[in-house]
Design a protein around this ligand. Structure first.
Ligand code: NDP
Length: 282
């Protein structure tokens, strides 16, 4: 049997990198697809990002992910941006097409794909908590998926208003900013409640976003971007109020599915990827 000792390379550039479980999820997908590919998790400090991208080009990497703090900074080292990445202004997945490196943003697309397993977002009014990188990606993709009205609720006014301005200027949705100063009551007309701030992320798992859970109603779908732990306090409260829920592990897995499709042209099994993460004890 012929051997192929030259594996196709992908990976991640981030700092810190040690607690990022993506390598386990992506390599499980490569094995499931029977691909002789690797995913190399690299810790890259901000001042070496340009060298890392040039290295990936020199070594013929098929693509890579960028995470904190590189999602915006990487753009100046790329040749082109996909539509979502251009609107969001950040990149999490880089794809080599010929000799060109193309920046895509799959965070929000992964979120919407995971949400679609629970409900169709088009036509539903949404409230999004947070205005950082995850919230920007999620809100833009919800707008592109046909959500007509989006309330952005954020602690800091500046980031919240910047996201609202972006949504109103660059997407068909109508957005407004609401300050997050105290327990927030969800309006009964809301269909989608999306938590995209970092409150409740491991190790601070008992932290609860300041949302009045008595205002949640059974017709609402509640989604949380936090992937560790997958069953957050917010999602537990939402379920006890009769709401359907979508967890952050679904978002993580589905952005990975879309990234692997960009790199390999193949569709991995999301269940295999989710199980690889659950086997880690997430
Ligand atoms: P950022 O640092 O860019 O943004 C953090 C957001 O959380 C801001 O809106 C910030 O508000 C808000 N925030 C932080 N602390 C508090 C608090 N105590 N009370 C109220 N709001 C607070 O982070 P990201 O957007 O990149 O990430 C946000 C979360 O999404 C993280 O937990 C991350 O793990 C998760 N994520 C999940 C992904 C997945 O695939 N499941 C993918 C990407 C991210 P302010 O503007 O006022 O500071």
């Amino acid at each position: 049997m012929p051997h192929d000792f030259l594996q196709a390379l992908t990976g991640s550039f981030a700092m810190p990198a040690a607690e990022n479980p993506t390598v386990v999820m992506v390599e499980a997908a490569f094995r499931q697809l029977g691909l002789n590919w690797r995913y190399i998790n690299c810790e890259v400090p901000p001042e070496r990002l340009g060298d890392a991208v040039r290295g990936a080009r020199a070594m013929g990497w098929r693509g890579f992910n960028c995470s904190i703090p590189h999602k915006v900074a990487v753009i100046e080292h790329l040749d082109e941006l996909g539509e979502s990445a251009r609107i969001i202004g950040a990149v999490n997945t880089i794809v080599r097409r010929g000799d060109r490196l193309v920046g895509e943003n799959t965070d929000g697309q992964g979120f919407v794909q995971a949400l679609r397993a629970v409900c169709e977002p088009a036509g539903q009014d949404a409230v999004v908590f947070g205005a950082g990188g995850a919230a920007r990606a999620v809100a833009v993709e919800l707008a592109l998926a046909g959500v007509p009205r989006i309330d952005i609720v954020n602690r800091g006014r500046e980031r919240g208003e910047a996201l609202v301005a972006l949504l109103n200027a660059r997407t068909p949705a109508e957005a407004r900013f609401l300050p997050w100063n105290g327990s927030f009551r969800i309006r009964p007309a809301t269909g989608l409640v999306v938590h995209a701030s970092s409150v409740g992320l491991y190790p601070d798992v008992e932290a609860m976003p300041d949302i009045d859970t008595d205002s949640l109603q059974p017709h609402m779908v509640v989604a949380d971007g936090i992937h560790n732990p997958p069953l957050t306090r917010l999602l537990r409260a939402a379920r006890s109020r009769g709401c359907r829920t979508a967890d952050g592990l679904g978002m993580l897995v589905n952005q990975g599915v879309i990234g692997i499709r960009h790199w390999t042209g193949r569709d991995p099994d999301p269940q295999v990827m989710r199980q690889a993460l659950l086997d880690l004890g997430l």
